[in-house]
Design a protein around this ligand. Structure first.
Ligand code: MG
Length: 165
């Protein structure tokens, strides 16, 4: 078994959609980034890549490559799941925390877990998403950014899957 951790932070700006865990949340500001800027999914991607010692999301999907512009980050997560599977790793569980002053995220957490689980081909039961504020401190507390942390456990399978095309 191996564990990995991931962290991501994006700026909140007007004129962008707020997407976390693949869920679009109505809010006056959204996360700035090259893809859909889904900081939660990015943190989960980095935790999984970290567990397999396969670098980070920027190595696999560089943010200066125009082909990833506006990409749904769940696509990155599916690709990383395939990469790990081809190296013989299966995901045991993922735990994550979103730090956001606003909006209130409790109503969306189950959908986020379902989206992440579906991309990873595991059960929502194996995926935890929690949310908290930063107690009005620092950039997150001033609603200038949202940060996410994730940790993932993977284990080696008995049978190696064929390399994806
Ligand atoms: Mg990111």
């Amino acid at each position: 078994m191996r564990i990995g951790q991931g962290y991501d932070i994006h700026r909140l700006v007007p004129g962008r959609k707020l997407i976390l865990g693949g869920v679009e949340i109505a809010h006056p500001t959204g996360l700035l980034g090259h893809s859909d800027a889904d900081a939660l999914v990015h943190a989960v991607c980095d935790a999984l890549l970290g567990a397999a010692a396969q670098g980070d999301i920027g190595k696999h999907f560089p943010d200066n490559d125009p082909c990833w512009r506006g990409t749904c980050s769940l696509y990155f997560l599916r690709r990383i799941r395939d990469l790990l599977a081809s190296a013989g790793w299966e995901v045991v569980n993922v735990d994550s925390t979103i730090l956001a002053e606003k909006p209130r995220l409790a109503p969306f957490l189950l959908s986020m877990r379902e989206n992440i689980a579906s991309a990873l081909q595991i059960s929502p039961d194996q995926v935890s998403v929690k949310a908290g504020t930063n107690e009005k401190m620092d950039a997150i507390g001033r609603e200038e950014a949202i940060a996410c942390q994730a940790i993932a456990l993977v284990r080696k399978r008995q049978r190696i899957e064929p390399q994806p095309l």
